[in-house]
Design a protein around this ligand. Structure first.
Ligand code: ZN
Length: 413
């Protein structure tokens, strides 16, 4: 699928030393150094385009944009792949409910999402891959699992047997009861008759009446969600056979840790014998008025709607990075008001005649980002610098700071 418009990223090669990035790995729960490499492979799970993409989605993709920007600024190449789950139960159910064609619904939601990404200056992935266009390679991955004895039929559907993978659960660290409960909440069917293990997941679903299907040796049908990401990641990121893990970063919202990322990890392990990712990185959820945002609750805040109302996209970006990416947090007018004010003050300071020294500030920004993307600390040092500039301190370099704000934070002021 066509990715969104490229964002121009300035090079920050102005003699700045970029410290090594550290990120919290969900698998170990620990802060972990991202090893120094000339090329990185990052896979981030994309949207299921059935519902309005809201600020929660934007916050997740901003997190991985910050990682992407940081690694690029370190002088490395980042191979970044994102998928779109453009065929799945929620999409078909929504289309049926709204009486619209599922393909049209998906395309309209993808357009909305990509326009948000452009407005927020998120760097597009190198490969933006829809499940539908990836069906041949997903079938190929399922066939390999079949040859390895890791899938089995229930009626005309096929399931992945996770019991062949001894470390299943090693990412989420949940006990079986917790896994079964979450699995049932997030599209799984732990009590289905005929399953070898309650946590086995669907990899191929035979065509149901009124639903689309694709022909394969497994019968006419469509792929399950987890195998879609596993197959796309392995195909488009071309793992290096010398590396211990297949890719460097697998990412998404924290609601994907289980079952989605646990299942992908398990399937990749069976397919290749290797751990899927060196780092599993997850962004917190964004709520509104104490509740998770969802269309059913009617409390969605949309980037496109805010932009239509005249809100500066840079203020939205600033607001979304005001708190730490891993924390579950609330959106609100007060957060946006503060961010808008901070952006105005920052612009005023940059346009002013006295700029407080910037070299130490730039080092502080880099150090904070290297420390698990500590953006609240970045904002705090920027606020202090603004105040020092208003107080008349001099010696700063406007263009050097603008370059860093643009390249690393995506803030074009
Ligand atoms: Zn995924």
């Amino acid at each position: 699928m066509k990715s969104w418009a490229q964002v121009n990223i300035p090079s920050i090669d102005v003699g700045i030393s970029v410290p090594q990035l550290h990120l919290t790995n969900s698998k170990t729960g620990k802060l972990q150094e991202v090893p120094n490499k000339s090329e990185y492979r990052m896979y981030v799970c994309g949207i299921t385009p059935y519902d309005a993409t809201h600020l929660g989605h934007a916050a997740t993709y901003l997190t991985f944009d910050l990682i992407n920007r940081y690694l690029i600024a370190s002088g490395s190449k980042v191979h970044y792949v994102q998928n779109i789950t453009d065929i799945d139960d929620p999409l078909l159910e929504r289309a049926k409910l709204d009486g619209v064609d599922w393909v049209e619904l998906a395309h309209s939601q993808i357009d909305l999402f990509t326009s948000d990404m452009v407005n927020l200056r998120v760097i597009p992935p190198e490969h933006y891959i829809g499940a539908v266009e990836a069906i041949p390679l997903i079938i190929s991955a399922i066939k390999t699992l079949q040859d390895l004895g890791s899938i089995y039929p229930i009626d005309t559907d096929f399931y992945f047997s996770n019991s062949a993978e001894s470390d299943f659960g090693g990412l989420s660290h949940l006990d079986r009861a917790e896994m079964e409960f979450i699995f049932s909440q997030r599209g799984g069917n732990p009590t289905l008759e005929g399953k070898r293990d309650s946590l086995d997941c669907l990899v191929w679903m035979s065509q149901r009446e009124g639903e689309p299907g694709w022909t394969s040796s497994l019968g006419t049908g469509r792929p399950g969600w987890h195998i879609e990401c596993t197959a796309i990641a392995l195909e488009y990121l071309h793992p290096n056979s010398l590396d211990l893990e297949l890719i460097d970063i697998q990412g998404g919202g924290s609601d994907l840790i289980f079952p989605h990322h646990e299942m992908c990890r398990s399937q990749a392990k069976i397919l290749t014998g290797k751990e899927l990712a060196t780092n599993y990185v997850h962004a917190g959820m964004i709520g509104l008025d104490g509740e998770k945002m969802s269309k059913s609750k009617g409390n969605l805040v949309l980037v496109s709607e805010l932009v239509r109302q005249g809100v500066d996209p840079m203020a939205i970006r600033f607001a979304l990075i005001s708190d730490h990416y891993r924390s579950d947090r609330m959106w609100g007018n007060e957060l946006l008001r503060k961010a808008t004010l901070s952006i105005e003050r920052l612009r005023k300071a940059l346009d002013g005649t006295s700029l407080a020294p910037t070299s130490e500030l730039i080092n502080e920004i880099l150090a904070a980002l290297a420390d698990d993307l500590d953006t609240p600390r970045v904002i705090s040092v920027l606020d202090l610098w603004v105040q020092r500039s208003f107080d008349g301190e001099t010696g700063g370099d406007r263009s050097a700071l603008e370059l860093v704000l643009d390249a690393l934070l995506g803030l074009k002021l």
